[in-house]
Write a protein that binds this ligand. Structure first.
Ligand SMILES: Cc1cc2nc3c(=O)[nH]c(=O)nc-3n(C[C@H](O)[C@H](O)[C@H](O)COP(=O)(O)OP(=O)(O)OC[C@H]3O[C@@H](n4cnc5c(N)ncnc54)[C@H](O)[C@@H]3O)c2cc1C
Ligand code: FES
Length: 244
């Protein structure tokens, strides 16, 4: 984990509520796709955790949805402004298990962390299929970026206004070697039930410290309690116990 100050390079809306922010700073502590950064905001006691979407040298991209006061504050930031970040947080995805034809399943703002994962897997020569799920056409983000990587991309919308109608689980390819997923918990549960192979799930929990000190994000797994910020946010399919 590293604490450092980043400069906002770009902060622009992708949809009515979702923004892409590009930051410049010391990204050395970010080593694996699926990790997150924890952002300090003026006047807010708790940092806000956001997944790493992309990394190019000292440039970090995050994509975030405005859901409350902290993210609304981020949306008002202009290029040149500074942000204090904790970087290199979380375990990230384990790429070594992907097999040759990994499947990536993302829902809403669970899509961004899959971008760096797809990029790294494609760099390793893997044949990557991506299914991106949204409620409606106006919420679709990152489709072109995944296509530009060379991934086989399917978009689903719950209302059928774009791509194929339904949920990501309605568009699973017949063949895949392994899967990686990130999205809202109801989607993760559906993916858990619908998938036939092993895979990895990234969870979003309310967080206190974000680096393992407060136990505020603990959840019970098959192998005991794990802190989502430290031993997660990525858990293997076989270790998940759903709190139904
Ligand atoms: C590991 C991790 C990675 C994340 N990555 C992203 C990302 O890439 N893009 C993105 O848009 N969001 C991401 N989130 C969620 C993001 O942290 C919250 O949306 C943000 O902290 C809300 O701050 P706020 O002050 O705007 O909202 P608040 O006023 O704090 O809360 C507003 C609403 O958001 C919900 N919320 C708040 N914090 C979280 C949280 N940690 N997880 C889930 N729901 C929350 C609250 O329950 C409430 O309904 C991630 C969360 C975690 C734990
Ligand atoms: S948020 Fe403090 S231990 Fe995870």
């Amino acid at each position: 984990m590293k604490q450092s100050v980043f400069t906002v390079i770009q902060n622009e809306p992708l949809t009515d509520t979702v923004f892409r922010m590009i930051l410049c700073g010391d990204t050395a502590a970010i080593t694996v796709p699926g990790q997150f950064v924890n952002i300090a905001l003026d006047g807010r006691y708790l940092r806000r955790p956001v997944s790493v979407c992309n990394l190019e040298d000292n440039r970090l991209t995050i994509i975030y949805k405005v859901v409350g006061q902290g993210t609304a504050q981020m949306a008002r930031m202009a290029p040149g402004e500074k942000l204090d970040l904790l970087t290199g947080l979380g375990n990230g995805y384990d790429l070594s298990k992907s097999g040759e034809r990994p499947l990536l399943l993302g829902g809403g703002v669970g899509v961004p962390p899959l971008y760096l994962l797809a990029r790294r897997l494609i760099e390793q020569g893997k044949c990557v299929a991506v299914v991106l799920g949204f409620n409606t056409k106006d919420e679709v983000v990152c489709e072109d970026e995944f296509r530009a990587l060379g991934a086989d991309v399917t978009v689903t919308t719950a209302d059928g206004s774009y791509g194929s109608k339904g949920f990501v689980t309605d568009a699973l390819p017949r063949e895949y070697s392994y899967f990686y997923t990130c999205g809202p918990e109801p989607m993760l549960k559906a993916v858990y039930r619908a998938t036939k192979t092993d895979g990895q799930f990234s969870f979003e929990k309310r967080m206190g410290c974000g680096f393992g000190a407060c136990m505020g994000c603990s959840c019970k797994t098959v192998t005991g309690y794990k802190r989502i910020c430290r031993e997660g946010p990525v858990l293997e399919k076989g270790e998940i116990l759903w709190n139904v």
